[in-house]
Design a protein around this ligand. Sequence first.
Ligand SMILES: [Zn+2]
Length: 410
Amino acid sequence: MAQFKIRLSNREIIYPNALKKEEKKELNDRCQKEKLKLFCGCNGKNEYGIRKNTWAIYPLSNENEHEDWCPKSKVYKRKIIYNKGFEVDEESGNVQVYLAESIKKENNGNDREQVIIRDFPHGNRDRKYPEYHQNRITISAMIKKMNMLTFMHVAFSKGENNKLYPNADKMRDKIYWAEKRTKIDNYQKSIADLDRIKDNCRFEYEMLKEIPEFSEKDSIVKLLTNRRNRNNERVMVPVYRDALERALVEYERTYTTQNMHNRNIVMSGFRDIYAMHDLRFLLVNDFGLFSESLYEVEMYNAICKIFNENRLKEKGAYFYKPFEYGYGAYEDKYLEDGIIEFEKSNKKIIIEVYGRDDDEYLEKKKIKSKILESGNSIYRYISWNAYKKEPLPEKEIESIINEILLEEEP
Ligand SMILES: [Zn+2]
């Protein structure tokens, strides 16, 4: 799914999802003063307006003549069913999460798998869709999506403080942006507002520094984070030992290694008044982007470095990892591992990292060659066959980005 882009009648490009409320208000004032009109950036055919008070950007007519890949297109909206469980509101950008597990510590038994909630978000179970419970996501999936949403927000944010992709520690602070706009199930407050004492529940998201040695005698283990408090001491987060052991097993299964040294690892989940009872370790790259493998870490590091060294954000190129299904390079079958978009072009670079030659790899290759044969694609593909020990295609990425940046505006 591409990012929603607005083209003003003076040809200026704006990314509404990256704008703060005050910035949307400023835009509204400027449009009135300079008599500017707003159009969807995909093909400039659909006019948009700005709502008073909420400053939400909304379509002025119901006519829908967007390009298929545009997040406002009919094709995209048909895919919304795939994005249930983590629903981003089109106008406000707020997120409603439906979880398949409780964020509160359960008293009966240790096995989290046993406590999956079976209720349904809208009260009525639709018999036609027995898989409806699949529209709820795990806490792990929620954390990953919050990470990718925040990274995408940073990618498209402009201004003095947003010229570069920040490092993983700075990215950690940006997650608060997603916490503030995300609500879980029937909770009336955002994740950011959950209070350790009042709600006996709080969300944690920290960069892990070290796990101290622990034994079976410990009921709580204090993990060291990268963050320092006002006295310049490392912030520690207490975790119930059983939750820590579960998280370590899950980490090993996911990344097929126990090694946590010299890696950027996020520790995230929920705590009660005493300690975290729900913990996940997430591998991220040097710039805080969730990575599914060490190969992805390498690839995302290379891209972020190319962007920062060449000041590509300022030049109107944006890199992110998609987390929502829409109409992408693989229609609704697969998500791309990474996308590079451009302010002045509808072309998109698709990044693929192949750690194995499995079914997904073969299927993606097939769809890719079909699209290439059709000849009029907006997609450029760059894949890294890491499993074949190929070198990282850094030079290729850099040269295709520059090629697209130098193209004439349509
Ligand atoms: Zn559009």
